[in-house]
Design a protein around this ligand. Structure first.
Ligand code: MF3
Ligand code: CO
Ligand code: CO
Length: 271
């Protein structure tokens, strides 16, 4: 049922989408997740991130969809590929992956005007114990955030759940980048921060669409952006990981639009 309160904007400028809009988001999210599912075999020692990006671009085109990142603020690639101490917005290129590299691949597609945005971690070669823990904690931090998404809870509850979980494992949460509203646009209010106080921030309502995409570091949380104006790295050069889902708030909780059809989202399926 489409309530008469749908299709509006909250006082905080957050769009409330209609029930029928969930299907559009699910289709976009599914394509993005299917593309990520296909990449496990393409991440290996000696592979370049540029070659992976080309595979992604070809798949977006083959599906009759559009890449949201090509042409976005001058960005030229179908994905962001962030290796080791790169926190996010790594630019695909000629550099070859080395044994033990951890790799975040972030893909955003547009299907019939709806945006599907998701990222997950891959490994080239062999994963060390310490690094495996980083991937596990980052994945679980995202899921802890998603668990508290339901009407009546707040955005602060999401950040609080993620931060307390990551810090309980003596890892840190990046403050300089956040999740975002999306839907028929790529980046919309609110900023979905991955730290904070329970009970603060806007109240979650059915029909809100946004991403949660925590970046977790083994060292300190501070980042800096390199001279290319995109690549964000940890200042202390510690390893960083990230997982991202696009979700929609329902009457009872949320729908995850970017679930892996092949069940490959969890890091243990990549190794
Ligand atoms: N997909 C990223 C996000 O999660 C945004 C990438 S913008 C780009 O919001 F231009 F760097 F691709
Ligand atoms: Co995003
Ligand atoms: Co993304």
């Amino acid at each position: 049922m489409i309530g008469k309160s749908r299709g509006r904007m909250t006082k905080d400028g957050i769009r409330i989408y209609e029930d029928a809009d969930f299907a559009g988001m699910a289709a976009a999210g599914k394509l993005a997740a299917e593309i990520l599912d296909s990449l496990s075999e393409h991440v290996f020692v000696g592979q370049t991130t540029g070659a992976i990006d080309k595979i992604i671009e070809d798949q977006v085109n083959a599906a009759g969809a559009t890449s949201a990142t090509i042409g976005y603020k001058g960005y030229k690639h179908a994905s962001c590929i962030s290796v080791n101490h790169v926190v996010c917005h790594g630019i695909p290129g000629d550099k070859k992956l080395k044994d033990g590299d951890i790799v975040n691949i972030d893909v955003t597609v547009i299907v019939d005007g709806w945006f599907g945005d998701t990222s997950r971690m891959y490994v080239a070669g062999k994963l060390s114990r310490k690094t495996e823990r980083l991937l596990q904690v980052t994945h679980d931090a995202l899921m802890k955030g998603i668990e508290v998404v339901k009407p009546g809870n707040t955005f602060g509850d999401i950040g609080h759940a993620i931060q307390t979980f990551a810090e309980s494992h003596r890892m840190s949460v990046v403050r300089d980048f956040c999740g975002h509203g999306l839907g028929r646009v790529f980046h919309a209010p609110p900023n979905v921060v991955h730290y904070g106080k329970a009970g603060t921030g806007s109240v979650l309502e059915p029909g809100m669409f946004f991403t949660i995409e925590p970046m977790v570091n083994l060292g300190r949380p501070e980042t800096k952006v390199l001279a290319d104006d995109w690549t964000a790295v940890t200042r202390d050069k510690s390893l960083s990981a990230q997982f991202e889902h696009s979700i929609g708030v329902t009457e009872t909780g949320c729908e995850i639009f970017t679930l892996s059809p092949a069940g490959r989202f969890h890091p243990t399926y990549q190794v």
